[in-house]
Design a binder for this molecule. Structure first.
Ligand code: DP6
Length: 324
């Protein structure tokens, strides 16, 4: 009853920010993302009568994580099991800095726990279950470029693949400007925005066109267009965050330094575009031919601690090597 899985984090390209239903994590809108092969989580889950309670360790440190226990409860209810679990996870990137560790974390946990419980589930079913842990985690299940269908029920809300990880010549630079955990979680921040921002309703109106344009850019394999549309959506989403009460300001001075440098690169004719999820660390999307130039320029900024170049990543999958 032990299994291990690996999953990539993902970057929202047309972003998810708002829920119509908290418990089931049903989003207000479809969202599109790309998996990032440089940001991975590996998780081992073992269900056994020998475990008196659930335990969870992340990167070697024990954690009291209610969300993990609730997710294990969900999987146990599907399997009709009462066994407790030992869970160990390892991230190859710092958690809580706006790099979607909850996405890779809950995707890997879902795939490993389902296998450990001997559940035979389709990718859609795994995606639906991963969503209950964290909305964006549903998009890490199919891998590549995926769309989370908002749906108005648990059954209708899962992620499907729009393009494989090899379909597009696309690179994402993951820029670290800080490694301090963010103060307002996505779950809490979304609630504040949907309830208070005057820009939230206009965002929902704009989203249909934005989603359509992104699907078209992906179908045409137009990497620069995909990157540009993600930047436009970043500014739109952060406008709703900033106009929330209290304002949600995920950006720091370092984030702004990177945005300004990206705008300067564009003036010079380099197709680089910024994308920021709910944190201070920006992604910079570009085409492979320009990735090195962009990386070198960003790495020179005093507020930048590191720059990691990622290719689009593949689906969440089982692995043979266990963490314990
Ligand atoms: C800004 O999936 O972390 O990164 O469902 O509440 O866990 P919960 O939220 P989460 O939200 C991610 C929001 C985002 C945009 C995106 O990835 O689409």
């Amino acid at each position: 009853m032990k299994a291990s899985a690996e999953s990539c984090a993902n970057q929202g390209l047309i972003k998810y920010w708002g829920k119509t239903q908290e418990r089931l994590r049903l989003p207000t809108n479809n969202s599109i993302s790309v998996c990032l092969d440089g940001l991975r989580t590996r998780t081992t889950v073992e269900f056994s009568p020998e475990h008196a309670k659930d335990s969870f360790r992340l990167d070697g440190a024990g954690r009291d994580d209610e969300r993990v226990v609730r997710h294990l409860d969900l999987l146990r209810s599907v399997a009709g099991s009462k066994l407790h679990a030992r869970v160990e996870s390892r991230n190859d990137f710092p958690a809580g800095v706006g790099m979607a560790s909850s996405a890779s974390g809950f995707a890997a946990l879902t795939v490993a726990a389902a296998a450990a419980l001997d559940l035979k589930l389709s990718a859609h079913e795994l995606s639906r279950l991963a969503r209950r842990g964290s909305g964006s985690a549903s998009r890490s299940i199919p891998g590549g470029f995926t769309e989370l269908l908002a749906g108005d029920s648990d059954e209708a809300c899962y992620a499907t693949r729009l393009a494989s990880e090899d379909a597009l010549e696309f690179r994402t630079l993951v820029v670290t400007v800080a490694t301090t955990p963010k103060k307002v979680s996505s779950t809490k921040g979304m609630k504040i925005t949907t309830e208070t921002s005057p820009f939230f309703a206009p965002r929902l109106e704009y989203l249909n066109g934005a989603l359509q344009a992104m699907r078209k850019a992906l179908a045409e394999k137009d990497a620069a267009k995909v990157a540009e549309l993600a930047e436009i959506d970043t500014m739109n989403m952060h406008a709703t965050m900033i106009t929330s009460r209290p304002p949600l300001l995920y950006w720091t001075g370092g984030t702004l330094d990177v945005i300004r440098e990206v705008l300067a690169l564009r003036e010079e004719g380099v197709p680089a575009f910024v994308s920021v999820d709910a944190g201070q660390n920006p992604f910079v999307n570009t085409i492979p031919r320009q990735a090195e130039t962009v990386r070198d320029r960003l790495a020179k900024l005093p507020s930048v601690a590191s720059v990691l170049t990622c290719r689009p990543g593949g689906p969440a999958h089982l692995v043979a090597e266990h963490l314990f």
